[in-house]
Design a protein around this ligand. Structure first.
Ligand code: MOS
Length: 768
């Protein structure tokens, strides 16, 4: 079966690129830029940190009601009876829907095997699954009424251990069984023959824990009906994606649904899709004729709206004495949660290094827990955790420096994409420049320190396999006073998208950044852009911004030439002025009468297709230094260098910021974050920020360096940038694991590395 595609990048490939891109998007590559690449502070920075930015939760409409949700307390149960009599009589209650209501039947988790659930499903497959929703005058009245709904359940046998869930006698979540998709095998060459020729072989099994997204802004929506049309404010990475699914769920034409997300406080992949909370708000608003707000609690977000699935990855790898990687043979198993979703990715195993003989067998399994979702490079940090530790061990067996070993196996083409060349391949540069900035060679020669706090260094590499979606349209308006407005449906999920749009306009059209306003993420008023996911926003949408700016430039110069009676070839545009060759006089845009008469010039920009026969993908190499306290098992990351090949740096500040955030998430994945489900009850035992530990500034190394590798990629797209947000987190945990191994002389195969696992590893190598 075809699972909801959050992992595959193939549908986002060149064949879907627009065939109608106008000439303006065929712009020549930029050379040196002045505004693009500079350390421009975020245009909305003060709003975000000063508390004036309006997030979904801040929306308050006249007469708005509040929604509360009733959840199954059981990990696996069937609703026998549900009684709303008492709840309906509670003060302030306006409407209730339960799994008995007609609205409950809206199909949910759509796959090509059909729908796996419905909006309110009497068959509850994890603790926290929704069985009823209430709209009341105040949030507290809604919460009180939710507690008055009486639900009787038939409790069913459950399974939360994903390795157990694959067994034939495990409790089944769906009639089709716990593995509705067959295992998928990807292979090339002859793995067995390659192992027979190997000088060194390493075979290991790794486990990674389930990690939660934990965006600062929780998920939520406000819905209101206006003249038969539905308006929704949502905290989402993709207003168009939410609109499409919502229209489908409610059987409405796309033109009757408007979704907007003005400010958005983080998503990391967990906010790419339509949430049940959005549908609850829309349905309850329709029933009551009032606006309805439905915002999840923090606990709900930890249970119900996605996670990075736990993986078990076994790898057998072989190399020759000279450092040639000969073979990789891997099996990957991922925990999808209660509903099917691909929970592994073998992309990096198949493409990060040149390797003639590779086999990867991937499967996913259902368990009684919240469904996995895309999470910042879905599957890649798990694969890096395994692959990059095996590479480290292989290097050790060969007596090679781990950086040198990787440099021996740099890919020149994408083996997974039928040998397509890369538009640029910065992996070797990441390794070399990163090693130099880190002082890798000198640190390798350092004698082991005495005392109980051991220091170690580690390196890991990574790549991201999606070149971004095909299409985006942008409208740019240049006003008579020389200021400009960019209109794009792209969400700024906290990465600085809006600021980069303004910089692109400044670069191309000469309007200063502070005179550019950005209107975004509203299906009612802004142009189509793909969801801000897959590290694609800059590379898909900014070429369209550039194209729109260029589309305004030509008529603007023509107007100026006519008005100033100067040959158009003598005119250039800079800093909001028309400059005349051989003349020091500058004419501001606002002084052009012909522009004022027209009120505005409007440019339309689209993005050109991906380059034909080539692919532009980002690479990274991370270097970590850790201190391990062998008495307490505490690990501290004390020094870090992240080298990233993401093409052109669009903004020096937001670039470093993405890398810093990616490394922070990697520290969490490698050292502290772990969803814990109770094996007896299936209940979430880490449902708060006390029990689920995300790293803070205190856990981040003071000595941190981000090293951008800008190879001047002139082919990937018209701005020369590749993805960054996801590649910045992929190798981080693996680099830390390799550093821990270097520090204590014992390898830890399971993430996160906890004080207990350090102590166990030391004990098993005979220490104390
Ligand atoms: Mo990402 S996991 O595609 O937001």
């Amino acid at each position: 079966m075809r699972e909801p595609n959050i992992y595959g990048s193939d549908t986002l490939d060149a064949e879907l690129a627009p065939q109608f891109a106008p000439a303006t998007s065929d712009l020549p590559p930029w050379g040196k830029t002045t505004v693009v690449g500079a350390a421009v502070p975020r245009i909305d920075g003060h709003d975000r940190v000063g508390g004036t930015a309006i997030y979904t939760r801040d929306i308050a409409l006249p007469g708005m009601l509040h929604c509360a949700i009733v959840h199954s307390p059981h990990a696996h149960a069937m609703v026998k009876r549900i009684d709303t009599t008492a709840a309906k009589a509670m003060p302030g209650v306006h409407a209730i829907i339960t799994c008995d209501s007609p609205e409950a039947k809206i199909p949910w988790i759509l796959t090509n095997q059909g729908a796996f659930s419905q909006l309110l499903d009497p068959h509850c497959r994890y603790e926290g699954e929704e069985v009823a929703a209430i709209a009341a005058e105040t949030p507290l009245q809604a919460a009180d009424a939710a507690r008055m709904i009486v639900v009787e359940y038939d409790v069913l046998p459950m399974v939360v251990n994903y390795e157990v869930a694959t067994k034939p006698d495990a409790p089944k979540l769906h009639a089709v069984g716990n593995q509705p998709s067959p295992a998928r095998t990807s292979q090339r060459g002859d793995v067995e023959a390659a192992f027979a020729k190997a000088d060194a072989v390493v075979e290991r099994t790794f486990h990674t824990s389930c990690e939660m997204h934990v965006p600062l802004e929780v998920h939520g929506s406000v819905a209101q009906w206006d003249s038969g049309k539905l308006e929704v404010w949502d905290s989402t990475q993709g207003v168009y994606a939410v609109r499409d699914s919502l229209a489908l769920a409610l059987k409405l034409p796309l033109s009757s649904v408007r979704v907007s997300s003005h400010f958005m406080g983080g998503g990391f992949g967990g906010k790419l899709e339509l949430g049940k909370y959005t549908v609850f708000a829309a349905v309850l608003a329709r029933m009551t004729g009032r606006a309805v707000k439905c915002v999840l609690t923090r606990e709900d977000t930890l249970r119900s709206v996605g996670n990075r699935p736990a993986n078990t990855i076994s790898i057998k790898a072989a190399a020759r004495k000279d450092g040639t990687l000969l073979a990789l043979d891997a099996t990957l198993l991922g925990a999808s949660g209660a509903y099917p979703t691909g929970a592994t990715s073998s992309y990096m195993l198949l493409d990060l290094y040149t390797c003639a003989n590779v086999r990867a067998v991937e499967s996913s399994v259902l368990i009684n827990a919240g469904q996995a979702r895309a999470f910042r490079a879905p599957g890649y940090p798990q694969a890096a955790w395994a692959l990059e530790q095996v590479m480290d061990e292989l290097a050790g067996k060969l007596g090679m420096d781990p950086v040198e070993f990787r440099l021996k196996n740099i890919p020149v083409v994408s083996q997974l994409r039928s040998g397509q060349p890369y538009t640029s391949t910065g992996l070797a540069d990441c390794l070399r420049d990163g090693a130099e900035k880190f002082g890798w060679a000198a640190a390798r020669k350092r004698p082991a320190n005495k005392g109980h706090v051991k220091r170690g260094i580690g390196i890991a590499a990574g790549m991201w396999g999606s070149p971004g979606g095909p299409t985006a349209t942008v409208i740019l308006k240049l006003y008579a006073d020389g200021s400009a407005n960019v209109n794009s449906g792209a969400a700024d999920i906290g990465t600085g998208t809006k600021t980069i749009f303004a910089q692109v306009v400044a670069e191309e059209l000469g309007v200063p950044v502070e005179r550019v306003s950005v209107e975004n993420a509203d299906t009612g008023t802004t142009q189509y852009a793909p969801s801000s996911g897959g590290s694609q926003t800059v590379l898909v949408t900014t070429p369209a911004v550039r194209s729109a700016a260029a589309d305004v430039k030509t008529p603007l110069l023509a107007l100026a030439a006519e008005e100033l009676k100067i040959d158009v070839d003598k005119l250039t545009i800079r800093d909001g002025n028309i400059e005349i060759a051989g003349d020091t006089k500058k004419v501001p845009f606002s002084a052009l009468r012909s522009l004022a008469q027209r009120q505005q010039l409007v440019g339309v920009g689209r993005r050109a297709p991906h380059p034909v026969g080539k692919v532009g993908l980002p690479f990274a190499a991370h270097f970590a230094e850790v201190e391990v306290n062998t008495r307490t098992g505490e690990v501290r990351v004390v020094r870090y260098v992240a080298a990233q090949d993401s093409g052109r740096v669009m903004n020096a500040l937001t670039f470093e910021n993405q890398v810093l955030g990616g490394v922070t998430m990697g520290i969490g994945f490698g050292l502290t974050e772990q969803r814990v489900l109770d094996r007896q009850t299936g209940k979430l035992a880490s449902g708060s920020w006390h029990d689920y530990k995300i790293p803070t500034a205190m856990d981040f190394p003071v000595d941190f360096q981000c090293v951008p590798i800008d190879l001047q990629d002139k082919e990937c797209n018209s701005v020369g940038a590749k993805g960054l947000g996801e590649p910045a987190t992929i190798p981080a945990a693996a680099a830390i694991a390799n550093a821990v191994c270097n520090a204590i002389g014992a390898r830890i195969y399971d993430a996160p590395i906890t004080p207990a696992s350090i102590v166990n590893a030391l004990a098993s190598k005979g220490g104390k």
